[in-house]
Design a protein around this ligand. Structure first.
Ligand SMILES: [Zn+2]
Length: 274
């Protein structure tokens, strides 16, 4: 999620082949199959100039536990030059559809392409020239931000995970915010990611003080739940090093998401006491 990219409106040639259509095609095919737990919808359509954009939304409901399902919001590619996160959400949902046991008790809402115009161009910023991840809850007029803010307000997620890539990092790391248990979820997520990637080291990562690859502060205006939401959801912003192969980054993010489902499960029984 760093801001240091020298030319956020300039596409990096290596990722120009990615589009939402090619990235999400396997998910859309799966949604059409009989017996799938996956459902696809859209937060809405909007235009950037003559370009028509759609913000896709996928839902996977695990088998019900004894209580109301835990609602998770998973977000990726709000920076259009970070398609690895979108690929990770696609692969995660397909894996859960193949084997839904880890999703039991969860209702998973995934938004794999939060900046569809930027993804199509391979640019960090939206076609309007905005870093969308600095615009939340600040009265933004950007259509992507307004659609996502409305969704965040309606869904009242119990937990949020945002996937990002960092082309300046030497390893994976995470920002943790929100509920106090967030750190207890982020640690096993990083441990799972470490099966595929090195973890970022050092006392400073992305300009923030860090400890054990975790950062407790964050930028202002990032995609996050409404400030007044109680109980506070957990919030993890998971970053992978973009200098390493994209399949490894996606595999690490999928492993991290599985670890979060597993690590949160013991807390579910306590429900609203968290
Ligand atoms: Zn990012």
């Amino acid at each position: 999620m760093p801001t240091r990219s020298p030319s956020p409106n300039v596409a990096r040639s290596a990722i120009q082949a990615w589009t939402a259509e090619t990235l999400l095609a396997p998910l859309r095919e799966r949604c059409a199959r009989p017996g799938t737990r996956l459902r696809q919808t859209s937060l809405g359509m909007f235009h950037h100039g003559s370009d028509r954009c759609e913000l896709p939304h996928f839902v996977l409901r695990g088998t019900r536990g004894q209580d109301a399902p835990v609602r998770l919001g998973l977000f990726a590619a709000i920076h259009g030059d970070e398609p690895e996160g979108a690929a990770a959400l696609r692969d995660f949902l397909l894996a859960l559809d193949d084997d839904p046991a880890p999703a039991q008790g969860y209702e998973i809402h995934a938004y794999p392409v939060c900046n569809p115009g930027g993804l199509a161009r391979g640019t960090r910023h939206s076609p309007a020239g905005c870093d969308l991840n600095r615009e939340f809850w600040r009265g933004s007029a950007q259509p992507e931000v307004r659609l996502l803010e409305r969704e965040l307000a309606i869904r009242r997620f119990d937990g949020l995970v945002s996937l990002h890539g960092d082309d300046t990092a030497d390893g994976a790391y995470a920002f943790v915010r929100g509920a106090t248990l967030t750190e207890a979820l982020a640690k096993p997520a990083l441990a799972a990611a470490a099966r595929f990637l090195p973890l970022a080291t050092g006392a400073t990562i992305d300009g923030f003080p860090a400890r054990e690859s975790l950062i407790l502060r964050c930028y202002e205006g990032i995609l996050c739940p409404p400030a007044e939401l109680r109980p506070m959801p957990f919030e993890i912003i998971f970053e992978t090093p973009q200098t390493l192969p994209a399949p490894l980054q996606s595999a690490a993010a999928v492993a991290a998401l599985h670890a979060i489902l597993s690590a949160y499960r013991p807390f579910i029984a306590y429900g609203q006491d968290l």
